[in-house]
Structures are given as structure tokens and as C-alpha cells.
Design a protein around this ligand. Structure first.
Ligand code: SAM
Length: 253
């Protein structure tokens, strides 16, 4: 069986070869009742810190499944240092943005409150579940961290982001085309990709971002993109130029 047909599960516990793990009820239900797996079948496990492991189901009933890790299939890898910072939109679109940003490879997601932000909350539990499911599906070895929503000013002044470049996606014409702007940057730095709300950033916010010495204003082309399209386009361009898209998926079992 190809590795890609083996169910892949994120667990938040240690994984060691030959040290059996009792899976949580939701995973047991998924394996047994949804994927119809049983004793002897294979499962892939990862925990976001120790790489990826092939495991065998050693006991299974309707409510509990025990697995035994047999081989490490991949060591832990480094995640590109990029955080997507976007103003939440409607719930379904937030889910979509989180799912796609996870697949594209962001390290973290920072929702931002701006003057024109319409949705001022984000359900962190649901958002994290979306990120976990997307990570399981796309063969990531980590789950992107999702931070609580913060005001734009607070994010710009947060010492945590002091050494981050800020990729300001600016539809008002203040920046170079994104590929031109990124191509002259060195690889290996930390980046925050900043996308405004449906109504765009307020003029005072654009001025505030421009004052930040690390801000790199960019254009995503001549059309005004919806916020969700802008998020995905900007992360895609960043990944292709400064991220890890030189690598290919691993096909070894
Ligand atoms: N100002 C518009 C408005 O009043 O609705 C559009 C805002 S746009 C829907 C949301 C965000 O997507 C913007 O704040 C910007 O960060 C990003 N964006 C959309 N199109 C863009 C473009 N062509 N270039 C750069 N950023 C863009």
C-alpha cells in the first residue's frame, strides 16, 4: 500500500518505536468506523516535534485502538518562518484561509483587528481543528500555531515581531509587484504577511505600517482581490520565492 493511502493522524503525545499508544476516542472512531481499519493495518503518526512514524494497529474495538510505532518514516523538518496575519472575514472563509495557509506551509496564523474589520472574533478551537485536519491531509509534520486576535497596533509593536519583515499587501499602489519585491530579499528571514479586511486598511493604518522600518509594501497585481484570495496569493508567492518550494513531497513509504 502506498504511504499516501495510509491514514495519517496527529497526536499530541510522545512517539517512540515499539512503545504502544492508546489513541484518543475520536481517532479510534475515525480509524475503525470511518476508515474501516483493523488489527494489522498501518497508520502514520506525527506529533509536530519528533517527525513521522509508521505504526501498526495491535488492538481495535469500537471505542479504543492501540497502535505500535514500528519505523520512523521522516525526521522532523524546519518550517518556513512565515506568519499569515489577516483580518477575519466570515466564518466559512476564515476556515478556508486557515486550511489553505496550512497546506501552503505557514508556520503560524495571527488574526488581526483593524479599523474596518467586520468580524472581530475567531473560534480558536475550531480554527486549530481545521489546521490539524489540513496538516494530516497535506503531510505536514507540524501544526501551524494560531494566535488569539490582536489589534494591528499591538502586533506592529509586539517585540516578538521586532525582527520580522512585514509583507504589506497594499492594493492602493504603494508597493512593487510581489515577485520583484521578494526576489531581492535574502532567504532565511522571518516574515509576517499582512492582509487587510474586506474594506481594506484605513489610511491611518497604511501610514502606520509604512512607518515600520521592516515593512515591505507589495502589489498583488492590477485587480482588487478578495481578502481570502489575497491571503492565498501572497502566501503562494512568498513560498515560491523565499519558502520551501524547492523541495518535493516525500514518496518513500
Ligand atoms: N480597498 C478595498 C475595499 O475597499 O474593499 C479592497 C480591500 S481587499 C478586499 C482586502 C485586502 O486584500 C487588502 O487590504 C490587501 O491587503 C489585499 N489586496 C487585495 N487586492 C490586492 C492587490 N491587488 N494588491 C495588494 N494587496 C491586495
Amino acid at each position: 500500500m502506498s504511504k499516501h493511502n495510509i491514514p495519517r493522524i496527529y497526536i499530541n503525545s510522545e512517539i517512540n518505536i515499539a512503545s504502544a499508544i492508546l489513541l484518543e476516542k475520536n481517532h479510534a472512531h475515525y480509524l475503525k468506523n470511518v476508515m474501516r481499519r483493523d488489527v494489522g493495518d498501518k497508520v502514520i503518526l506525527f506529533n509536530g516535534r519528533s517527525g513521522e512514524f509508521l505504526a501498526e494497529i495491535i488492538s481495535a474495538d469500537k471505542k479504543s485502538v492501540m497502535v505500535n510505532p514500528t519505523t520512523q518514516t521522516r525526521p522532523q523538518d524546519a518550517v518556513p518562518e512565515v506568519t499569515l496575519c489577516f483580518a477575519p472575514v466570515k466564518n466559512a472563509k476564515n476556515e478556508f484561509i486557515i486550511e489553505k495557509a496550512t497546506e501552503l506551509g505557514v508556520k503560524a496564523i495571527q488574526p488581526v483587528l483593524t479599523k474596518k474589520t467586520i468580524v472581530d472574533k475567531i473560534n480558536l478551537e475550531k480554527a486549530t481543528l481545521t489546521a490539524i485536519e489540513a496538516s494530516e491531509q497535506c503531510e505536514r509534520l507540524t501544526i501551524p500555531e494560531i494566535f488569539a486576535i490582536e489589534r494591528l497596533e499591538k502586533i506592529l509593536n509586539n517585540p516578538k515581531y521586532a525582527d520580522y519583515k512585514i509583507l504589506h499587501c497594499d492594493e492602493t499602489g504603494g508597493g512593487k509587484p510581489i515577485i520583484d519585491a521578494l526576489s531581492v530579499q535574502e532567504k532565511g528571514g522571518k516574515w509576517l504577511i499582512l492582509i487587510g479586511p474586506e474594506g481594506g486598511f484605513d489610511k491611518s493604518e497604511i501610514e502606520l505600517i509604512a512607518k515600520n522600518k521592516n515593512a515591505v509594501p507589495v502589489s498583488l497585481g492590477p485587480r482588487i482581490l478578495r481578502a481570502d484570495t489575497a491571503c492565498i496569493s501572497a502566501v503562494t508567492a512568498w513560498m515560491a520565492v523565499l519558502g520551501d518550494w524547492q523541495k518535493s513531497p516525500s514518496f518513500s513509504a
